[in-house]
Design a protein around this ligand. Structure first.
Ligand SMILES: *Cc1c(COP(=O)(O)O)cnc(C)c1O
Length: 373
C-alpha cells in the first residue's frame, strides 16, 4: 500500500511554458516581468525560477532582497530582478554584487541607499516607485515628485526606471480610477525624464491591468497571478492561462460507519445514512483552511466529496458515500483535477471569502513541491 505521511504539491512546468507563451503572444513587444514573490505564489521559488528561466524569462520581480538572491542563483542570466519591497542599506553591497534592482520609495530611502552604494565603492541600479493612488509604498504623485527628482540626482544611484501599481482595475465599471492613476504617472514621468535628460524604463500594470487595459502597457508589465493560471481563464483578454499547481494527498484510513455517526471535533458532521468515511492526511497546519470544514470538496476516486465536519490540524475527513470502493493509500486531490472533475483555488477562495492568491500562498512551505517536466 502506498502510504505517504502528508500531502505534496505538483507543479506542471509544461503548462507553465504554455502560460508563458500565451502571455508573451498577447503582450506583443511589451516585456514581461515575472512576479515570483511569496515563494512564487506558493509554487516554490527555486523550482519556478528555474522553470521560468528555462522558458527564457529574463525579467523577474520579488518582494524581498533574499528572494532576489534565489532568482539570481537559479537564473544567472536574468536581465532584471526587481525588488518591489523596501531594501535596506545593509543589503546594498549584495544587491550591487548580484545585479539586483531595488525600488526607491522616498527621498530618505534614496539617500540611505546612495550612501551605502558610495561606501561600497559603486553605484546601485534602482527604479523609482511612484504612488499614484495605491496609497502604499512610493513617492506620492504629484505631491512628492520633486523629491523623486532629487532622488534621481543621488550620486550613488543609477536610476534605470520607474514604476507604479494600480489600486483599481475595473475598466468596465470604473474606468476613471485607473485612468487617473495612469495620468498621474505620465505627468510624473514627463518631469522625471526631463530632469534625467533620458528615457526611463517604465512598468505599471500587473496581470489584470495587462489583461484588460493594453493601452496602459509601458516598456514592461509585471505578471503574477496570470502566470500561475488564475484571473485569466477566459479568452476575453489578451491571453488565457491555466492553473499549474495541484495539491494532493492520500487516504490514510477508510471506515464504513452507520447512520448517526459523529465526525470530528464537536461532531460538526453526523452521517445521515450508512456510509464510508476517508481520513485524509492534510489539515489546517498545511494551509488547508479550517473554513473549508463542511463546505469544501476534495476529489477521491474521480468524484467530488465534501469535507465532513471540521478540519483538524493534520487531518480532514470526507464522506465517500456507501460502497465507495476507496481504499487506504488512494490519491486525494485537495486542489487540482482528477478524472473529469476539478477543484481550483478560486473555488476554495469563494468558500473562504478570500482570493485565489491567499489560498495558494497559504499552502505550507514545508510541503514538498514536485516539478513535472
Ligand atoms: C504582486 C504584485 C504584482 C503582481 O500582481 P498580479 O495581480 O499577481 O499580477 C505586480 N506589481 C506589484 C507592485 C505587486 O506587488
Amino acid at each position: 500500500m502506498n502510504y505517504c505521511n502528508g500531502s505534496w504539491v505538483e507543479v506542471d512546468l509544461k503548462r507553465l511554458r504554455r502560460n508563458v507563451e500565451s502571455i508573451r503572444k498577447g503582450l506583443g513587444k511589451t516585456r514581461m516581468i515575472a512576479v515570483v514573490k511569496s515563494d512564487a505564489y506558493g509554487h516554490g521559488l527555486e523550482g519556478m525560477a528555474r522553470g521560468l528561466g528555462a522558458a527564457s524569462v529574463r525579467n523577474f520581480a520579488v518582494a524581498y532582497p533574499a528572494e532576489a538572491q534565489v532568482v539570481r542563483r537559479e537564473v544567472p542570466e536574468a536581465e532584471r530582478i526587481v525588488v518591489l519591497g523596501v531594501a535596506r542599506p545593509d543589503d546594498v553591497p549584495m544587491l550591487m554584487a548580484e545585479r539586483i534592482t531595488p525600488v526607491v520609495v522616498s527621498a530618505e530611502h534614496a539617500r540611505l541607499l546612495s550612501d551605502a552604494a558610495l561606501a561600497a565603492g559603486g553605484r546601485l541600479k534602482v527604479h523609482l516607485k511612484l504612488d499614484t493612488g495605491m496609497g502604499r509604498l512610493g513617492f506620492v504623485c504629484p505631491a512628492d515628485v520633486s523629491e523623486a527628482v532629487r532622488a534621481l540626482k543621488e550620486p550613488g544611484l543609477d536610476v534605470e526606471g520607474a514604476c507604479m501599481h494600480f489600486a483599481i482595475v475595473e475598466p468596465e465599471r470604473h474606468p476613471e480610477a485607473a485612468e487617473g492613476q495612469a495620468r498621474k504617472f505620465a505627468a510624473a514621468m514627463a518631469e522625471l525624464e526631463a530632469a534625467a535628460g533620458r528615457r526611463l524604463f517604465r512598468h505599471m500594470s500587473s496581470s489584470r491591468a495587462a489583461l484588460l487595459m493594453p493601452e496602459c502597457d509601458q516598456d514592461a508589465v509585471r505578471i503574477g497571478i496570470s502566470l500561475y493560471g488564475y484571473g485569466s481563464a477566459k479568452a476575453d483578454g489578451r491571453f488565457a492561462t491555466e492553473p499549474i499547481l495541484q495539491w494532493k494527498s492520500r487516504v490514510m484510513q477508510v471506515k464504513s460507519v452507520p447512520a448517526g455517526f459523529a465526525v470530528g471535533y464537536y461532531g460538526a458532521y453526523v452521517t445521515e445514512r450508512p456510509t464510508d468515511l476517508a481520513v485524509v492526511s492534510c489539515g489546517y497546519t498545511d494551509g488547508y483552511l479550517r473554513l473549508l470544514g463542511n463546505t469544501g470538496d476534495v476529489l477521491v476516486g474521480g468524484k467530488r466529496r465534501r469535507v465532513a465536519g471540521r478540519v483538524s490540524m493534520n487531518w480532514l475527513t470526507v464522506d465517500l458515500g456507501p460502497d465507495s470502493g476507496v481504499r487506504a493509500g488512494d490519491e486525494v486531490v485537495l486542489l487540482g483535477e482528477q478524472g473529469s472533475e476539478s477543484v481550483w483555488a478560486d473555488e476554495l477562495a469563494r468558500h473562504c471569502k478570500t482570493i485565489a492568491y491567499e489560498i495558494l500562498t497559504d499552502i505550507s512551505r514545508q510541503i514538498e513541491r514536485r516539478y513535472l517536466e
